[in-house]
Design a protein around this ligand. Structure first.
Ligand SMILES: NC(=O)c1ccc[n+]([C@@H]2O[C@H](COP(=O)([O-])OP(=O)(O)OC[C@H]3O[C@@H](n4cnc5c(N)ncnc54)[C@H](OP(=O)(O)O)[C@@H]3O)[C@@H](O)[C@H]2O)c1
Length: 257
């Protein structure tokens, strides 16, 4: 455990989707370091178990749930299991996502579906399953946070990334809309919009020019690290109850757009 880290999240129960790698894994560590008990959700159970052990080594608390968040019934079941094992969730990091660029004329309906099912459908499944707990936590007087991980793709234009960027536009706009419903009831909603972060996200790309573009960007600039985004998220959810960081854009210093 980092002894310099204040226990700003002591007593809170966090749920992190996409916790098996990248931003989700780093965020789980950052939240656990601050005292939250963390539910780790993703499909690769071995990776989650490894992370839970690493968090325990830092004297934090984390438990792993193997789940595909595009399966609504499974998300509802896991929400019940988390409530039983860790207590009422009051901090939800809706992070699992996939980025599959291709020119639209290649008609990769399989990739469109995968991105829409996860980046939109999965996000909605998680919101559906945990909103009752967030509202209950807020109405009991505590802090309650829904953090949706979007992207600068929600606003900026990236050729061949149209469907991915559109899913992220959904996430950002949804977050702003939900604030008007949930904010008055005490639940904070935040959209986190990172620029390029060095994670496994590009590993699934099978459009070579997009891979090459990312590789050449990497040679020219220092990408964000997942822990940089995790720290921004930890800052967001550690704020006093009256403060809602609505949107947070975090860029590599050298990335202009
Ligand atoms: N890296 C960037 O440059 C960047 C920039 C802006 C925004 N983002 C966003 O940040 C979020 C995290 O991405 P990352 O960069 O950390 O990439 P990553 O390392 O590939 O992480 C993606 C996570 O999502 C999980 N996941 C994928 N499909 C899933 C499913 N059906 N059900 C449950 N979990 C699933 C993966 O775990 P399993 O495979 O084990 O299920 C993994 O833990 C994404 O929403 C991404 O769009 C990333």
């Amino acid at each position: 455990m980092n002894d310099q880290t204040h226990k700003t999240l002591e007593g809170r129960v966090a749920v992190v989707t996409g916790a098996s790698s990248g931003i989700g894994a780093a965020t789980a560590i950052a939240l656990a370091d601050r005292g939250a008990r963390v539910a780790l959700l993703a499909r690769r159970k071995a990776k989650l178990d490894e992370l839970a052990a690493a968090i325990r080594d830092r004297r934090g608390h984390a438990e792993a749930w193997e789940i595909d968040v595009t399966d609504r019934d499974a998300v509802e079941e896991v929400a019940k299991a988390i409530a039983e094992r860790l207590g009422r969730a009051d901090l939800v990091i809706n992070n699992a996502g996939v980025m599959l660029p291709h020119p639209i004329e290649d008609r990769r309906a399989d990739e469109w579906k995968q991105q829409i099912d996860l980046n939109i459908g999965g996000v909605m499944n998680v919101i559906g399953a945990f909103t009752p707990a967030l509202l209950a936590a807020a109405s009991a007087g505590g802090r309650a946070d829904l953090v949706n991980v979007s992207s600068i793709g929600a606003r900026n234009v990236f050729t061949n990334f149209a469907v991915y960027c559109a899913t992220k536009a959904f996430v950002t706009h949804l977050s702003v809309q939900l604030r008007t419903e949930l904010g008055p009831k005490g639940v904070r909603v935040s959209a986190i919009e990172p620029g390029i972060v060095g994670t496994e996200l590009p590993n699934h790309i099978d459009f070579a020019p997009a891979k090459q573009w990312l590789d050449s960007a990497k040679a020219q600039m220092e990408f964000l690290e997942a822990s940089d985004v995790a720290e921004a998220i930890a800052f967001t959810v550690s704020a006093p109850k009256r403060v809602n960081v609505q949107q947070l854009t975090i860029m590599p210093t050298a990335q202009s757009t």
